[in-house]
Design a protein around this ligand. Structure first.
Ligand SMILES: NC(=O)c1ccc[n+]([C@@H]2O[C@H](COP(=O)([O-])OP(=O)(O)OC[C@H]3O[C@@H](n4cnc5c(N)ncnc54)[C@H](OP(=O)(O)O)[C@@H]3O)[C@@H](O)[C@H]2O)c1
Length: 230
């Protein structure tokens, strides 16, 4: 069995953070949960252990401590908060994998707020120059992490990064929680991957798409979709 990796989840109580920790707590990972809302994160940890007594989950007091102990850092915070978090963890993420799931959207969700010629992932890499930033999961919805989806193994997640080993590690993590990893290239490929989510949101608004539809989802998926609609 592969060595158990430790993942620090920053923003663990948010929509995406919560979806990740629920999925990862049933796989071979040790999880360090970080949220500014201590009551909420303790309740989340307790509920994970209630559902799965062998879940390797721990609440950590601050971002720095979480990242110090981790092999992988999962940034599940809004794009606007990433720089602030990066300031706190820069010194403890040297040579570590940092996963960026963000969609740098404006308040109306109709434009990206990153400058042309860059991406949220590349900006995070600039803020954490000694880490290995990998873009992944931004084209997936938090509802895509449900066990029904995992069983179907139908949903792709698009991955980009400059460090091949880091990309491989994130691909393995994606597979462990039921996604099909699709490696798109080096980190600058994130520009396209981030555009994809903007286009999907446009389709959702204009063409009445819902969360069942999306990039990398097979319309022929043999799923009982009713079971995954919230
Ligand atoms: N929701 C989705 O389906 C989805 C899909 C694809 C990608 N994403 C991306 O995933 C990321 C998280 O989105 P979300 O929908 O999960 O948002 P959310 O529900 O609002 O959760 C955001 C989390 O970030 C934390 N946070 C906010 N500002 C912070 C700061 N300055 N320092 C530390 N923690 C901070 C919040 O903690 P507190 O509770 O302490 O405020 C909360 O736990 C975003 O970048 C988004 O673009 C989301």
């Amino acid at each position: 069995m592969a060595t158990k990796k430790t993942i620090a989840v920053i923003g663990a109580t948010g929509d995406m953070g919560c979806a990740f920790v629920k999925a990862l707590s049933n796989s071979n990972y040790r999880l360090l949960l970080m949220s500014r809302d201590k009551n909420k994160v303790r309740k989340l940890s307790a509920s994970l252990k209630e559902k799965n007594p062998v879940a390797d989950v721990e609440v950590v007091e601050c971002e720095r401590k979480a990242c110090w102990e981790a092999d992988i850092v999962l940034m599940a915070v809004p794009y606007e908060a990433e720089k602030e978090v990066a300031e706190k963890i820069r010194e403890v993420t040297t040579q570590k994998i940092v996963i960026d799931v963000s969609n740098p959207l404006n308040e109306k969700y109709d434009r990206l707020i990153t400058a042309p010629g860059t991406s949220a992932a590349e900006e995070l890499q600039k803020a954490l120059p000694n880490s290995k930033v990998v873009k992944a999961f931004n084209t997936n919805f938090s509802t895509d992490f449900s066990p029904a989806i995992k069983e179907s193994k139908q949903i792709k997640t698009f991955i980009a990064g400059d460090d091949q080993e880091a990309v491989q590690t994130v691909s393995e993590m994606a597979t462990a929680i039921g996604f099909k990893p699709v490696v798109c290239g080096i980190l600058s490929a994130s520009r396209n991957i981030e555009q994809m989510m903007l286009q999907l949101i446009e389709l959702k608004t204009e063409e009445n798409y819902n969360n069942i539809m999306g990039w990398g989802k097979s319309i022929h998926a043999p799923l009982n979709f009713k079971s995954i609609i919230r």
